[in-house]
Design a protein around this ligand. Structure first.
Ligand code: TYD
Ligand code: MG
Length: 455
């Protein structure tokens, strides 16, 4: 244990503490993420206050569930990720890279959220005028939205109490500071203290609160990951810098499932919900060039139709290159090895590039067969028919293994007008529903390749 007022080194990525500086964090594996911080006694958990109310032990069966349980946000994609809206009195962390659209999304929520009382937007980043310009641009008309530009958490606390707000937004946690902590705003101990203070306030008063946290590579600022364990719900807004799509992902949810995603597009009037992402993601597909195949990924309860592209070209240097965009690099090298060994295709002198179109990252085994087929198609220069969808996990012996929720995936393909669906044989046997499209069951990659004219 570190002594009081001595210093410790804290990982800014995950909050791991060490008495000495370390180059690599043993907990999260991040390099060069340790920064020195003073150890001070936490004020949030002080037991000095004897007059504070004590919790009583009650029977779980007798706990009454309140009527107004969830606050609908008016943004359907967000409501779905949350499992039906913000739970009243909950604390939510919204993380994401700077400029990705966190403040925009939250401001849009302010317009429509069904909260019985005032909404207070506390910003440590922008002035009232800046927020007003944005609010006008987004067409925010809600009269109940209050604004406060403040960074001192003591003042924020007082202001929240005075305003009587029932919905509070703190933008961002890294700009707030507490005078009780000597380290700079944005350091691990500051953001933890701020979050602990907000959590206490939020639980005692039943105010629904959202904290915004920046994900940055700047070593002096603690990432939102160090706060994940403290809050009820963790959402991340993700997206590629050069794409306008944004994905809202639930990473932790004490009141619902976490595997849902919401999709948005950043437009001039703010984030617009994408209700039919599959159509959009494949809308730019041009004919059926070799190396392109349609796959179906499952994000939460929603099936997404995606285009998998591969390019196999002659290696110029001795070492063949593998490049994976949107899928896991190691998965790609593994699948290339399977293709070489089981299908006898010689990729040792081929560079292979894989791209999942649309700037979406997916880590799902059901895309394996798609990667194999796309690579083989590019290698052989044989194109796959436009109306074919490929689904299946591939094992090391080249067998095609079953995937979950197959019917949902097929249904999405059917909805978008695909004619043929190649799926694992083991899945096909268990299909209960009838589909209009042709369903081809394959046992291994050779079966699939033969069917598609690649073998
Ligand atoms: P912002 O919400 O400020 O990001 P964050 O709070 O995550 O740092 O979003 C900033 C970006 O969004 C900025 O680059 C401009 C863009 N944007 C639009 O394209 N349209 C809009 O209507 C708004 C408000 C922002
Ligand atoms: Mg912002």
């Amino acid at each position: 244990m570190a002594k009081k007022n001595s210093t410790v080194f804290v990982c800014n990525e995950c909050g791991y503490e060490s008495p000495k500086w370390l180059g690599k964090c043993p907990a999260c594996g991040e390099w060069n993420s340790f920064f020195e911080e003073k150890v001070v006694g936490s004020t949030s958990s002080s037991s000095k206050d004897k007059s504070k109310p004590k919790a009583e032990i009650i029977k779980l069966n007798e706990v009454e569930k309140k009527e107004t349980y969830r606050l609908k946000t008016g943004v359907e994609e967000l409501d779905r990720v949350l499992g039906g809206g913000f739970v009243q009195g909950s604390l939510t962390l919204l993380g994401g890279e700077p400029g990705i659209g966190k403040s925009t999304l939250i401001l849009q929520i302010c317009d429509n959220v069904k909260v019985d009382g005032k909404i207070l937007y506390v910003s440590g980043e922008e002035s009232a005028e800046q927020i007003k310009i944005r609010a006008d641009r987004l067409g925010i008309k809600n009269d109940n939205v209050l604004f406060l530009a403040e960074t001192d958490i003591d003042n924020v606390d007082i202001a929240i109490e005075k305003s009587g707000a029932k919905f509070v937004i703190i933008d961002s946690v890294q700009t707030m500071y507490s005078e009780d902590i000597t380290s700079a705003p944005g350091s691990v101990s500051q953001v933890r203290e701020i979050t602990a203070r907000i959590m206490k306030m939020c639980k005692q008063t039943g105010i629904t609160t959202i904290i915004i946290g920046h994900v940055t590579k700047d070593g002096n600022i603690a990432g939102p990951r160090v706060l994940e364990h403290m809050v009820d719900t963790v959402l991340y807004l993700e997206g590629e810098r050069y794409f306008s799509y944004r994905i809202l992902r639930g990473v932790k949810n004490r009141f619902g499932s976490t595997n849902e995603i919401g999709m948005f597009e950043m437009q001039s009037e703010g984030l617009v919900e994408i209700k039919n992402p599959s159509e959009l993601l494949i809308s730019e597909r041009d004919g059926n060039p070799a190396g392109s195949v349609i796959v179906v990924s499952l994000e939460g309860t929603r099936a997404l139709i995606l285009e998998m592209q591969a390019l196999a070209t002659q290696t110029v240097f001795g070492m063949p290159r593998r490049n994976a965009n949107g899928i896991d690099y190691n998965r790609l090298t593994l699948l290339m090895a399977v293709l070489e060994k089981r299908a006898g295709m010689n990729f040792s002198s081929q560079d292979v590039y894989i791209n999942l179109v649309g700037g979406i990252k997916v880590n799902e085994p059901a895309l394996d067969l798609g990667i194999i087929i796309a690579a083989a198609s590019s290698f052989k220069n044989v194109s796959i028919k436009e109306d074919v969808v490929v689904i299946g996990e591939v094992g090391l012996t080249g067998e095609v293994r079953s995937v979950n929720m197959i019917e949902k995936r097929i249904k999405e393909a059917e909805k978008l007008g695909y004619k043929t669906c190649i799926i694992p044989e083991s899945n096909k046997k268990l299909l209960k529903e009838k589909f209009k499209l042709d369903i081809i069951g394959v046992k291994n990659i050779i079966d699939a390749m033969k069917y598609l004219g690649l073998k």
